[in-house]
Write a protein that binds this ligand. Structure first.
Ligand code: ATP
Ligand code: MG
Length: 221
């Protein structure tokens, strides 16, 4: 199916995950031959002729790995839950790009009253599966509105009562007079592996996994 039969292909996305991933790659002896952040290439060679990096959209990382177009990838837990995780082995929490999935509302909105049994809440989010699971577990009925970005605008213009979004510093919420009212779950980035590739290229992939594990443990210490 692919031109990917002996080498290793790693799927990464630009942005904050890449920044925090580069030290882990280095610990695994994987050194891109040019700066992935500034390069316009979609396929980046590394100093190891058998290892290449492909740069994809964050939400597409699980798809590339699921279909074996990449052997391994790094994606946020948020992305993995929304994707569903079919066809992916998720062996390692890299503990990078850490943030929280939160429910946020306009300052002054009575969230406690809005989630009482029998009431309905309009929720705008990019993370529809996570939001649906969260409110179902609380027994709260919601009307879900799917957005692709700038969720913070939702409550400000009356599109929704609440949003479900990733929060790290809380600066964006504050700048828009929103407040976080509930944590849905902690989020960090995970290593994902194609299970068939793990069998076929076991030695090389297992070594990368072990190197990543060591780097994560050192980083935590
Ligand atoms: P795009 O911005 O191109 O639409 P995206 O929003 O999916 O794509 P990023 O904003 O780079 O891409 O986010 C990628 C991942 O980084 C997310 O899936 C999440 O796991 C993590 N992340 C997002 N926001 C934060 C944050 N505020 N702090 C820490 N990690 C975050
Ligand atoms: Mg983004």
């Amino acid at each position: 199916m692919s031109s990917n039969n002996c080498g290793i292909t790693i799927a990464l996305s630009k942005g904050r995950i890449l920044e925090e991933t580069l030290p882990l790659l280095e610990a695994a002896g994987i050194l891109p031959t040019e700066d992935p952040e500034s390069s316009r290439k979609l396929i980046l060679p590394t100093q190891d002729p058998d290892v290449r990096i492909v740069i994809v959209r964050a939400t597409d990382v699980p798809t590339y790995v699921q279909y074996g177009a990449a052997d391994i990838g790094i994606a946020g837990k948020d992305v993995l839950i929304e994707h569903g995780g079919q066809g992916l082995y998720e062996p390692l929490d890299l503990q990078i790009a850490r943030c929280k999935m939160m429910v946020a509302v306009s300052e002054g909105f009575d969230y406690a009253a809005a989630v009482k049994p029998g009431s309905r809440l309009r929720v705008a989010t990019k993370y529809v599966n996570i939001a649906r699971q969260h409110f179902a577990a609380k027994g709260v009925h919601i009307d879900l509105i799917k957005l692709y970005g700038s969720m913070e605008l939702g409550p400000l213009v009356g599109l929704s009562d609440a949003i479900v979004d990733l929060v790290s510093s809380g600066n964006t919420l504050r700048a828009n007079n929103l407040q976080a009212v509930e944590e849905v779950m902690p989020i960090s980035s995970r290593l994902v592996v194609n299970p068939a590739a793990l069998k076929l290229k076991h030695e090389r992939l297992q070594r990368i996994l072990t190197d990543f594990e060591g780097a994560v443990a050192r980083q935590a210490a």
